[in-house]
Design a protein around this ligand. Structure first.
Ligand code: 5GP
Ligand code: ZN
Length: 136
């Protein structure tokens, strides 16, 4: 299902032009307009889902299979040295477009990008308590 006011629904449906590198019944994969690196692409499901929490299981499974296929293609065609999959959910996590999308970011030696976080320094007790919270 499409959502009326969603730009990625319109792009996925082909109503707004995009640089499409792959398309099938379920997905359109486009080049990001503000790429982190050469070849930065976005996997868009054609059916609207706000984020991972709302994504149907079968679509979720197929996203990673497609990412794997395209990653291999990026390595061959672009000659990238590595690749980051990034997928943001919610404003606090950096999501700016509220239609699920998976970033595929090819990485090149000395590309000057950094995708990461500041590592914390929890104690073993803190890790134990968090573990218990998560599985309890
Ligand atoms: P987010 O921050 O939500 O994970 O990522 C949104 C991404 O979509 C950004 O990297 C941004 O550059 C890209 N983007 C936003 N609007 C458009 C658009 O209209 N077309 C394309 N191709 N990319 C877009
Ligand atoms: Zn949408």
């Amino acid at each position: 299902m499409k959502k009326d006011d969603c730009i990625f629904c319109k792009i996925a449906a082909g109503e707004i032009p995009s640089k499409t590198i792959y398309e099938d019944e379920l997905f359109r994969v486009i080049l990001d307009l503000g790429p982190a690196t050469k070849g930065h692409a976005l996997i868009l499901p054609k059916d609207h889902a706000d984020n991972l929490f709302k994504l149907p299981d079968d679509t979720a499974g197929k996203v990673l299979v497609l990412a794997k296929k395209l990653a291999t293609q990026m390595k061959e065609k672009l000659g990238c040295d590595g690749l980051n999959l990034v997928q943001n959910n919610g404003e606090e996590a950096g999501q700016t477009v509220k239609h699920f999308h998976m970033h595929m970011i090819p990485r090149y030696k000395n590309d000057g990008q950094r995708i990461g976080w500041k590592p914390g320094e929890p104690t073993q007790d803190e890790l134990e308590s968090i573990k218990n919270q998560m599985i309890g």
